[in-house]
Each structure stands twice: as C-alpha cells, then as structure tokens.
Design a protein around this ligand. Sequence first.
Ligand code: NAD
Length: 258
Amino acid sequence: MKVGGVVAFCGAGLSAESGIPTFRGSEGLWGKYDPQKYASAKGIIDLFCEDTFDLANFIADFYKVLLSAEPNFSHHSLAKLESLGFLKGVITQNIDNFDYQVGLQNVSEVHGNAYVFFCPKCGFRLKKNKNEIDELVSGIKKCKKKIELMTFILRFMGRCESCRDRLFTGVVLYGQSLREKDMDLAYSYLDNAKTVICIGTSGVTYPAASFPYYAKKKGLKLIVVNPESTEIDEIADFVINKKAVNFFQELMPLISSD
Ligand code: NAD
C-alpha cells in the first residue's frame, strides 16, 4: 500500500495517556456532571443564573483536569511527522489544546478549544494561557457571594474586541453546530490526502464521526488505532488494536528524516 498525504483524525483516546479521561470512559467528568446540562449553552446559562456555585464547581473540576495534564508521546510524534512532511493535517475532536502545545501547525479543532473564548456574533476568538485559566479556577473558589461570583466569571470571559458582545466558551457545546471555518479546514485536509489515520476515537460523536466515511467515499485509505473496537473498524483498511502511545513507539523508529 502506498501511504501518502496522511491526515490524523483524533479523539479523546489520544489524550488518555496524558491523564485526561475519555468522554465515554468510566473515570470521566461526565459521570458526575450531566453533559446535557453542563455542556449545553442553555444548561450553562441556566446554571449561571440559578446555580452559579454549582457551575463554578464544574468549571473548576473541568479545568483542573486540563491544567494538570501535558501532551504525551503521541502528540509529540504527530508534530514530528508534520515537521518531516508526512502529516498534512490533524482533525481533532479534542479541546485540550495539546496539538498547539506541541507545535502542530495544521490543525482543525472541530469541537473547539477550552482555552479559547469565542464571540458567537462575529467569530472573534481570544485565547487564554494556562496561568490565566489557573487564575479563573483559584478566583472562583474565593468568591463567597453569588453576585461576586457572577461578576468574576463575566469579567474573566470578557467582551469581543470588535463587536463588544460577551465572549462565551470556545468549546462547541451540545446543540451547537460545528464551526464552518474548522469544518472547511477539515474537509480541505481530507480532499488533499491519501490516507486517514483515526486515533483514539470511538467514532460515534456526530457530525465529526462522518469524516472517516467521507474519506472512504473519496477513496482514501483508512487506518484505525484504538485498543478497543470502534464504529469505524468495518470500513477501515487496517485496524491496529493498540494504545496510541504504543503505536507511535513502534512507528517512530521506522520513520526516517532523509
Ligand atoms: P470517546 O470517549 O467516545 O472515545 C474514546 C476512544 O478512545 C475509545 O474508542 C477508546 O477505546 C479509545 N482509547 C482509550 N484509550 C486509548 C489510548 N490510550 N489510545 C488510543 N485510543 C484510546 O471519545 P471521542 O470519540 O473523542 O468522542 C467524545 C467527545 O468528547 C469528543 O468530542 C471529544 O473531543 C470530547 N472529549 C475530549 C477530551 C480532550 O480534549 N482530551 C477528553 C474527553 C472527551
């Protein structure tokens, strides 16, 4: 098989070995917090107005997991493969910012980014760094009164630099459409690729889960890397039942920079 122009389509399993539980894994945040409530725009707005301290606990728990984790060997390997010209793009469902942390250049974050605050009106994006997010987590813990907490959260989120509307989380929430810019970028990677490698995704979160089917229809070769079986396996050309880090540990010594 000739493997050319590779695109990686990634899911939560890629970051599992960084200590971030997968969405459907038993240790995840979503056993404690109902995603329909804590990860939907309406749910978040309702919580903000009616149960601000509960929302603050969720924000703190959510970001603590991200702040304490670092990219793993798989993320670094993807960056190396991109720098060597093998990898043409990464389409990630992850929101942990690890792809940027390792220096990947061509990334479509189809579910957004937890460090980004987004203007729903004009699309303006403001990216915060780890220290700023850390200040959010410690700041909300210090607020004793509801009004104080509400004001702190709103000030932290800030306003759009161009249209002055309030910024909202840059994570794509339940019920929201995936952003056109990221989708266009993802399709442009696939349209110019010969191979897609699906790493650490169960392939059940739509519409992102349709990318492998789109790729297959266009005649791309499909490789799945996942320790468990996935929805994508039946259309895959190769299924590699390994954890992502183990896969890259075996692959990278075979890759030559010549
Ligand atoms: P998922 O939880 O549905 O599936 C995770 C997949 O990863 C499973 O198929 C599992 O077998 C596999 N996996 C577990 N450990 C692995 C490892 N070490 N190496 C390779 N694969 C491994 O996640 P999904 O398909 O990405 O969809 C769920 C949604 O939740 C997505 O939007 C995802 O971005 C989001 N999410 C993101 C993060 C993150 O940003 N790190 C974490 C949790 C959930």
